[in-house]
Design a protein around this ligand. Sequence first.
Ligand code: HEC
Length: 338
Amino acid sequence: MTFKTKASALISKSFVAAGVSAVTVFATFPAQAAGGGPAIPRVEWSFDGPTGQFDRAQLQRGFQVYQNVCSACHGLSRLSWRNLVQPGGPEFPEEAVKALAKDWPNKITDGPNDAGEMFERDALLSDPILGPYKNEQAARAAQNGAYPPDLSLMARARNPEFKGSALAHGPHMMRDILTGYQAGGPDYLFALLTGYTDVPSYVREENGHLKPVGAEGAGGKAVEQCASVTPGEDGKPDVCNALADGMNYNAAFPGHQIAMPAILADGAVEYPKGPDGNPLVPATLDQHARDVSAFLAWAADPHLNQRKATGWQALLFLLVTTVLLFLGKKRIWSRIEH
Ligand code: HEC
């Protein structure tokens, strides 16, 4: 009896402790949400959810976008050329990838040779997909001080923050776990690539606050163009952060000022044509951004297709095992007299 009470006291104590820590965790969310970037809308992907898989044709188009546009500044160095041939990815024919690797402008530094010198050679299937710069310093020197990061793991490295009330965060997280939501990275990439717009205009109100100019117009007042607005503290006027030189306004990028130019546009890449001579999918900015984001999602998680298939097989196996164990148990214990 005493043991039972002690145990239940212990259990209720741990519940209280868990509750307190949960409250502490939840209480920290608003602070986090305030510091981050803007809300990122969710996109529908073929690889969503527990059964979703990458769409091979989309990965092929996505690589095409990377090759024609992004590779001018970004590397993909954690991916080898042979990965483009492997099952579960774009699955290009091996010969085509070999030829592409050979012609890739960013050569592989190899060596030393017999004379002790390093030398450059064409890429082989086993080599990484290199960007144009040998190192970060070279990249910054060429890009006005900005560093175009390697894109191999970008779809994993970025994840939009939850924007909403602290109380809604728990249920939201639960829903994401149950629906197998993992597409935060590609959602952000899509929003980033389609997020280049004009710098928003604001008018200053009597009390010093900056108000976005809506459809009704500025009403003859002076307009300020602000990449972002820092709210004035203690009754001070809001601060308008103008777009810095060489920066571009992007609605999805935290702080809204990005060194990467608006490089993707309608028709930036020529897509494969169908038998009737028309492209199978429209070569629009939206479609290019979707395809390259899906491709980068694959680059960061190349075994997704196989992992999901194996997961379902494992579940089926466990189900069969459960039935067998249950039948076995019934049979063994049926010999015991009641
Ligand atoms: C002209 C060079 C150039 C091209 C082409 C280019 N980028 Fe960038 N990219 C940059 C630079 C520079 C940065 C760093 C931006 C910064 O830190 O402000 C960057 C940053 C990024 C980032 C990181 C954003 C973040 O959240 O930190 C992503 C993702 C990205 N680029 C994706 C792409 C994709 C996808 C393409 C092809 C459609 C592409 N870029 C084409 C120059 C380029």
